[in-house]
Ligand binder design. Structure first.
Ligand SMILES: Cc1cc2nc3c(=O)[nH]c(=O)nc-3n(C[C@H](O)[C@H](O)[C@H](O)COP(=O)(O)OP(=O)(O)OC[C@H]3O[C@@H](n4cnc5c(N)ncnc54)[C@H](O)[C@@H]3O)c2cc1C
Length: 402
């Protein structure tokens, strides 16, 4: 209980676990190492609010870390872990010993492997610095091509269109959000974006980016050239697990952890986007979301302080696109039954995905009550009557089969 805890990474997971350790009464030293220069900040606003207002939304004010006696070392990268001597090395050439090490190194944007991807005007979005560049593109009304129709791409497209920027989304799969949403939600969202003037090209590969000193066009596999003045690459993120892998921890595209955030070394935990974690179904997955990072931070604190393991949570996250406040819980299974409640044309609807009446996922837009009910159904394995659930005049709870 009195041991020194070192946390590598000052993102949501790292900053949260440090605060929670103090909240749980951990008396020993807690030190955070981050290779970014900024205090821990919120990433979700970077794709939703980058065009207006304050980008720097700190997770905690600087005084919090002082008051809680948490040492924050910014601009210092951890370069190696010596598991035998239980210490880490940093790029400042110093070694720091630990009783418990928490790896919260996050993920980084997957680079686009085509010629021209390094041209000026081609950007990705992970950090405050990236968001500042994107803000400038929007302020200058630069015609934008977004490579990748995932959540970040769609959120940026919504902000850019709201600011009168011409936007084309190029997606390799046959629909946007192919990896993370149901086909029905993809279809509804694509139509919503197209109504706002975004061009969406699916089933298309970017083979080259043209330009001289700056980007000029994106070239697709079929030869089409899309003229543009800026390109956002949003084709997913890869876990920053190299430090762990080099130290010999078990990794499989992410640091493999158990339901208590423990790695293959009893003195090392890992949390957040860098992990491959167990789901309630028994399979392992990478969940890149704030709720998952927070849940794992709680798991790590319980493992360190000896508190009872935390109860598993239903995975969930949110996204804002134009006037749509989306909240999604659970994971959409292959070939589910799907119930639509509400009307997409009004912007208020929920899609419940079920297997034989047992709800596995809910995708809700501007429907907080349906989201909350759906999340509870998933947690409890509740069986619903699809016909009653589809009828918006029937209260959601009355669709439950007792
Ligand atoms: C633009 C954007 C929008 C998002 N929107 C949402 C949303 O709406 N809802 C949602 O639930 N989730 C959203 N997410 C995902 C969410 O932000 C992530 O799941 C969350 O930030 C993960 O936190 P993390 O601490 O694991 O990783 P990160 O936030 O990536 O933090 C890891 C930190 O560790 C540092 N680091 C890495 N290696 C080292 C090292 N060796 N030494 C020192 N420091 C190191 C990194 O520089 C980084 O600062 C969004 C993400 C992005 C990028």
């Amino acid at each position: 209980m009195t041991g020194r805890v070192l946390v590598v990474g000052t993102g949501h997971a790292g900053a949260t676990v440090a605060g929670l350790l103090r909240q749980a009464g951990h008396p020993g030293p807690v030190e955070l190492f981050g290779d970014e220069l900024d205090l821990p900040y919120q990433r979700p606003p970077l794709s939703k609010k980058f065009a207006e207002g304050q980008l720097e939304q700190w997770l905690r004010p600087a005084e919090f870390y002082r008051e809680q006696d948490i040492t924050v070392r910014l601009g210092e990268q951890v370069t190696a872990i010596d598991r035998d001597r239980r210490c880490v090395w940093t790029d400042a050439g110093r070694a720091h010993g630990y009783e418990h090490l928490i790896l919260a190194t996050g993920a980084e944007p997957r680079p686009l492997p085509v010629p021209g991807a390094n041209l000026s005007g081609v950007v990705s979005l992970r950090t405050l610095a990236d968001a500042r560049v994107l803000r400038k593109c929007v302020e200058e009304r630069r015609t934008l091509v977004i490579v990748g129709g995932g959540y970040i791409g769609l959120e940026v497209a919504a902000v850019a269109r709201a600011n009168d920027v011409a936007v084309t989304i190029v997606e390799r799969e046959d629909r946007v959000l192919a990896r993370v949403a149901s086909p029905r939600l993809s279809e509804i969202l694509a139509a919503h974006h197209q109504r706002q003037g975004t061009r969406i090209v699916t089933g298309a590969d970017v083979v080259r980016i043209e330009g001289d000193d700056r980007v000029r066009a994106v070239v697709l596999g079929d030869g089409e050239e899309i003229p543009c003045e800026a390109v956002l690459v949003g084709i997913g993120a890869t876990p920053r697990d190299r430090l762990a892998a080099e130290a010999g921890l078990v990794c499989a595209q992410g640091i493999v952890v158990d339901a208590q955030a423990r790695t293959s070394d009893p003195h090392i935990l890992a949390i957040g986007d860098v992990t491959r974690r167990p789901l309630s179904t028994g399979s392992l997955a990478r969940l890149e979301s704030i709720p998952s990072a927070t849940e794992q931070a709680k798991q790590a604190v319980a493992a360190i302080t000896g508190a009872p393991p935390v109860a598993p949570e239903v995975p969930w996250f949110w996204s804002d696109q134009f006037d749509l406040k989306l909240k999604i819980a659970g994971l959409v299974p292959p070939s589910p039954g799907t119930v639509l409640r509400g009307d997409p044309a009004t912007g208020r609807f929920a899609l419940f995905h079920h297997l034989g009446g047992i709800v596995a996922a809910v995708e809700a837009a501007n429907s907080p009550a349906e989201f909350v009910a759906g999340k509870k159904f998933i947690a409890s394995g509740t069986r619903i009557d699809p016909a009653r659930l589809a009828d918006a005049a029937v209260p959601v709870r009355d669709a439950v089969i007792q």
